[in-house]
Write a protein that binds this ligand. Structure first.
Ligand SMILES: [Fe+2]
Length: 368
């Protein structure tokens, strides 16, 4: 009877060892093929505890469904996370030497924000639990000893949470990227279409935009503001779609009525872009880029800071590019001469602050 029982135990032990050996082999194979999931829906989890026997018990509890990587303490856990991460789930003990579980999971949150974090503790430590929740934003809190059923159910919930969060994040990222790319691509194409209407304005909108962005950047404008300038700069002359080629390409000075038709490109531009919500903030650039700092510009005769800063910057870039480019009735002037003209118009047509920055960029050779 005793021999039969012993044989049975030896066979059971051998079965467990074989099964675990196969699981480890699967784990190795899975790790070499995918950082996050293996075959048969196995998911990698990182288990961190300073007691090796606890770690081994946890691994045995979950090995049929999860590929468990073990770390004997926080330092080893962070090293594994850096080397083999990201892990969909990280389970950590609370009381560990050097760095407790709350601090460890807070660090995990920084290093691998997508990992779902679980705290496991044998101590009734409310303060630590509160810290773990607040600093590490843990998903679940488990108390030792945890049953296999509870642990598996928790890990399954973590994995579901991980995938849901990833899916949401990926979809959001894809949507934003698509919109941004579509917008910039569409805007650049439109800018080229506008400029292509006349051989004399080829590339004008893109050059003006780049120059305006350099000025904005040098003035320390935030990224959001530069993004608005990018959109507004590319389409600031979109109203020229409505300007007859006979006026756009006329050799010689424009008659007063032709000048009015030319000036109308501002109002036409506003009318085209007004219904587009993503152009709301860039619209002043279109509407005000021919206003003068002293109030003698068009179409509204705005002055000083009543003209948006974006439009005041664009006006300088626009005029500079027009001066240095060839026109139907004259050759483009050299940069040095164009700079002198802008300087003379500082405080009249242009905001002196913008001219000052422009001169600084020119002196540093950053206009090209
Ligand atoms: Fe214009």
């Amino acid at each position: 009877m005793g021999k039969i029982l012993l044989r049975h135990r030896v066979r059971s032990f051998a079965a467990i060892v074989t099964e675990e050996h196969m699981a480890k082999r699967r784990s190795r194979v899975n790790q070499s093929t995918s950082p996050q999931t293996g075959s048969r829906n196995e998911v990698r989890v990182l288990l961190v505890d300073d007691e090796p026997c606890v770690l081994e018990g946890l691994r045995r509890s979950v090995f049929k469904e999860f590929v468990a990587d073990l770390a004997e303490g926080p330092e080893e856990g962070l090293a594994k996370l850096r080397k083999d991460g990201p892990y969909p789930v990280v389970v950590s003990d609370m009381r560990m030497p050097g760095m407790d579980g709350a601090e460890f999971l807070a660090t995990v949150r920084t290093l691998s924000p997508d990992s779902i974090r679980v705290m496991l503790t044998g101590h009734n430590d409310i303060e630590a639990a509160v810290r773990a929740v607040n600093e590490g934003q843990i998903f679940r809190f488990l108390t030792k000893p945890v049953t296999q059923k509870t642990l598996l159910a928790t890990l399954r919930a973590c994995v579901a949470q991980y995938h849901a969060a990833r899916l949401e994040k990926d979809q959001l990222k894809t949507t934003i990227n698509a919109l941004e790319q579509l917008d910039l691509g569409t805007l650049t194409a439109l800018a080229r279409a506008i400029d292509a209407k006349s051989a004399w304005t080829a590339g004008h909108s893109e050059r003006v935009t780049n120059l305006a962005l350099k000025l904005g950047h040098a003035m320390g404008l935030p990224a959001k503001s530069l993004e608005i300038m990018h959109r507004g700069g590319l389409l600031h002359d979109i109203g020229k779609i409505g300007t007859p080629p006979a006026v756009l390409d006329k050799l010689g000075r424009l008659e007063p009525e032709e000048m009015q038709i030319m000036r109308d490109h501002v109002k036409i531009g506003v009318r085209i872009l007004e219904p587009v919500p993503c152009f709301r903030e860039a619209l002043p650039m279109v509407a005000q880029h021919h206003e003068w700092f002293d109030g003698s510009g068009y179409p509204a005769g705005l002055a000083g800071e009543n003209i948006s800063l974006h439009a005041r910057i664009l006006a300088v870039a626009d005029c500079y590019d027009a001066i240095v480019s060839d026109r139907p009735y004259r050759k483009g002037l050299p940069a040095r001469q164009a700079l002198e003209i802008l300087r003379q118009k500082s405080g009249k047509q242009f905001d002196p602050m913008v001219i000052e920055v422009f001169e600084r960029l020119a002196a540093a050779g950053q206009l090209a």
